[in-house]
Design a protein around this ligand. Structure first.
Ligand code: ATR
Length: 265
């Protein structure tokens, strides 16, 4: 029986076990995927379990995606550029840290048939996920990728990784084609993000990386103002799909049954 795990803190609300175990069952794989609340001090031991083959794969979530880096042997280019690891596996006796959030976001954009060529994109937030979004957006021939963050210096840190990014202050908001919420604002139902909708012409796209709640105030207000919206559910599913494919060498199915399973959670 192979063993997979997602580690984070908090971890109770993670839907990864549900998703991976569904695919494990439907592909008749002898494996189990569980979740574990893990503190910073435990990270080295968890990676050692993979080394000793007591585990076969690890997903990493908030707040450990960067903190885990010292304990793996090698990083993929995606993980290195974003300093973010969400998927760990063993190859040729080496422990590899990889980032599937990038492909997860990219595939979610492609699935929605969002053509971003020559478009202006704003990312709100400069936390853990923002570099992954930028990395993915770089392949979409956008006109500009702009970032805005409450703490300006953190936006500058992101710019150090991706020099092509432009930084603006929240109040300098202008007519973007795609506005992405990559902050943690929205995880609580009452959270609000002040967007000056008067600066936008209709029919733009608002994307929230958050998938639970399914509709944040950020998306609800965008809808009221005649914009298209998308939450983070497909990004979440696609990042898991990538990890699953790496671990099991099988591309699992993404269908309505699967999305219903997760949405009804
Ligand atoms: P981390 O910063 O530890 O990586 P994160 O959850 O990945 O944590 O990122 C949280 C993001 O949400 C950050 O961009 C944060 O802004 P700061 O860098 O200024 O902290 C943003 N955020 C969280 N609460 C916010 C609030 N009340 N107003 C504006 N931005 C907020």
């Amino acid at each position: 029986m192979k063993k997979y795990i997602v580690i984070g803190n908090p971890i109770e609300h993670s839907l990864s076990p549900k998703l991976h175990n569904f695919w494990i069952r439907s592909n008749n794989i002898k494996a189990i995927y569980s979740k574990e609340k893990v503190l910073k001090n435990d990270l080295e031991n968890i990676v050692d379990e993979l080394r000793k083959k007591k585990l076969d794969g690890i997903n990493v979530t908030v707040p450990h995606k960067t903190e885990i880096i010292p304990y793996v042997d090698e990083l993929t280019n995606e993980a290195q550029c974003t300093e973010s690891v969400n998927t760990i596996f063993e190859r040729n006796s080496k422990i590899i840290g990889h980032n599937t959030d990038i492909a997860g976001f990219d595939l979610s954009l492609r699935q929605s048939k969002l053509n971003l060529k020559n478009k202006k994109v704003l990312i709100l937030g400069a936390g853990g996920v923002s570099p992954s979004l930028i990395y993915a957006l770089k392949n979409h021939k956008t006109q500009e990728i702009v970032i805005s963050n409450r703490t300006y210096s953190k936006a500058e840190d992101v710019k150090k990784k991706f020099n092509e990014v432009k930084i603006i202050k929240w109040e300098e908001f202008y007519d973007f084609d795609l506005v992405i919420n990559a902050t943690s604002l929205g995880l609580n139902l009452e959270d609000k993000i002040k967007i000056d909708h008067s600066k936008l012409t209709p029919n733009k796209v608002f994307y929230d990386v958050i998938y639970n709640p399914a509709e944040t105030n950020f998306l609800r207000e965008a809808k009221i103002n005649n914009h298209k919206t998308q939450n983070g559910m497909m990004m979440f599913i696609y990042q898991a799909h990538q990890a699953f494919t790496i671990w099991h060498n099988i591309m699992p199915k993404i269908d309505d049954k699967l999305t219903e399973l997760l949405i009804n959670e």
